[in-house]
Design a protein around this ligand. Structure first.
Ligand code: FAD
Length: 475
């Protein structure tokens, strides 16, 4: 028994998953004591804001998918509804084959209109001929790589120049390594439809609301506000600089968490634990209790990346494209994999940045560790060089910031959904410990929030069952 007067749930990890789990637990268990333990000195995880030339900018996640409800719902629940803002433009471009080219209509990189693809010049004539010789789809029985599947239907060029940059933008991964079913469920759904892949994409594209609906949303002053606001709303006690090192089962029920440096460890009791940590630390904490889950989590690879943010005078950027930014296929051999013209995308930032334009370049994909070994100054120079070629940036930025994200994004390898099933099965034998976060069912903010809410519900359910069995008095 804990000796604690109230039921205590400890949430490990103060990123969006931990914050959303805490916020949901507050609704489910209004009287419980909630404690969030965060290893680093700040909460937020991959949501983070910094100052650049007097403006506050996001240097991690900066947009939330608005077609799913969870992120906007959380923003509303934690008092940020009035800060929700949609991008001023959603036009996107590709920097490929030597030019900036308009992004043709696609469903996650599968072209929905071959004429528009031909007109964009993204794919060569030969590539277009191959894309036009489409096969009638055969159902995909098992999981395959999304790159291999799309290349088999539409040829290598569509895979390399359209699909790769889109997947690179979301997962920082490579299409021929990522799972069709886990990393590109939209494409897996196309494969279930009749006709060719392009016909299926055209149908789905046509079914979208005529207005286009709002696909993405942000928050005025940055989505980095979401985590602190959710933690505040949860009423949880938050401790930063608190690394959880071990998890021990308490015989009478509940768990002890071993926290802090080896020279001064502390044991904290919890009636239930939510692990909202990336795969590697989750694997370590589970290794003594769920060996299968630990091994499966340990096998999930992560891509590292860096975000280079630049503030440049408006006059220094001649050919600002009529888009919120552009993606770069790896096959073009550039240093950057994407650039966002943040001042053009977000009206609030355009107002805040005055005579300056804020640009954001991302570098690094899975397996590109060498690129990120460069110094900050070198990464800035690489970004400036590519932006010079792509959009005519001249001179040097008046301010810059480099944010490195080691272990940024989990790579959902072929078979990821089966892996998650094995993790779930293994965790069924560890009562009172739940997991959530980007490692499982989607890396985007809404998908991560969904895993957090489900973990919170399972933890509350577990505590309710204990209470009903008289093993622990619920408050
Ligand atoms: C550069 C970048 C841009 C992105 N852009 C977008 C975007 O625009 N839109 C979008 O939807 N998604 C975006 N994503 C993805 C999204 O931000 C992440 O998938 C999501 O934020 C992950 O949340 P999380 O809580 O699962 O993990 P994290 O944010 O990694 O949080 C986990 C936390 O656990 C802590 N921790 C780890 N080990 C321990 C331990 N032993 N004890 C205590 N604490 C521990 C960590 O310090 C961290 O704070 C982006 C990701 C990156 C890297």
């Amino acid at each position: 028994m804990s000796g604690a007067e109230r039921t205590r749930v400890v949430i490990v990890g103060g990123g969006i998953a931990g914050a959303a789990a805490a916020e949901e637990l507050r609704t489910l268990l209004p009287d419980a004591e909630l404690l969030v333990l965060e290893a680093s000195e700040r909460v937020g995880g991959k949501l983070h804001r910094v100052e650049l030339a007097g403006s506050t900018i996001d240097v991690g996640a900066e947009a939330m998918l608005a077609r799913r409800p969870e992120a906007l719902d959380l923003a509303t629940r934690v008092g940020l509804r009035s800060a929700v803002i949609h991008p001023a433009t959603t036009k996107a471009a590709l920097w490929t084959r030597g030019s900036l080219r308009p992004m043709p209509p696609t469903i996650m990189g599968v072209p929905a209109d071959l004429d528009a693809l031909a007109e964009s010049g993204v794919v060569s004539r030969v590539g277009m001929i191959r894309a036009t010789v489409q096969r009638r789809q055969t159902p995909v029985a098992d999981d395959v790589s999304v790159g291999d599947y799309v290349a088999s239907q539409l040829g290598d060029e569509v895979c390399d120049r359209l699909l790769e940059p889109l997947l690179g933008g979301v997962y920082a991964g490579h299409a021929r390594s990522l799972s069709l079913r886990a990393a590109a469920p939209q494409i897996a759904a196309l494969a279930e439809r009749d006709g060719s892949l392009v016909e299926a994409a055209a149908q789905v594209y046509g079914e979208r609301p005529a207005s286009g609906g709002q696909v993405f949303a942000g928050l005025r002053s940055g989505v980095g506000q979401l985590v602190p606001a959710a933690l505040e709303a949860s009423g949880a006690t938050v401790r930063s600089g608190a690394t959880v090192r071990e998890l021990h089962r308490v015989e009478s029920g509940g768990w002890h968490l071993v926290v802090g440096p080896t020279t001064g460890v502390e044991r904290i009791y919890a009636d239930a634990v939510v692990l909202a940590t990336p795969a590697a630390p989750t694997a370590r904490l589970l290794s003594a209790h769920a060996s299968v889950a630990a091994a499966e989590l340990g096998a999930i690879e992560y891509a590292s990346m860096a975000i280079v943010s630049l503030a440049v005078p408006r006059f220094a950027i001649g050919g600002l494209p009529d888009s919120s930014g552009f993606l770069v296929p790896p096959i073009d051999g550039r240093a950057i994999k994407a650039a966002t013209i943040s001042s053009r995308k977000w009206g609030w930032l355009d107002e805040a940045s005055g005579d300056l334009v804020v640009l954001r370049a991302s570098l690094g994909r899975a397996g590109e560790a060498e690129l990120l070994q460069r110094t900050d100054a070198e990464l800035v120079a690489l970004a400036v060089g590519d932006l010079h070629e792509a959009v005519g940036l001249s001179g040097q930025p008046v301010d810059s910031h480099v944010q490195r994200w080691g272990g940024a994004l989990p790579q959902y390898a072929v078979g990821h959904l089966d892996r998650v099933r094995r993790i779930d099965d293994s965790l069924a034998g560890v009562p009172g410990v739940e997991v959530c976060g980007a490692a499982y069912a989607g890396v985007g903010i809404p998908a991560v929030i969904a895993t957090a809410r489900a973990a919170a519900a399972r933890a509350a359910d577990h505590l309710a069952k204990l209470s009903a069995a008289g093993e622990r008095m619920m408050p």
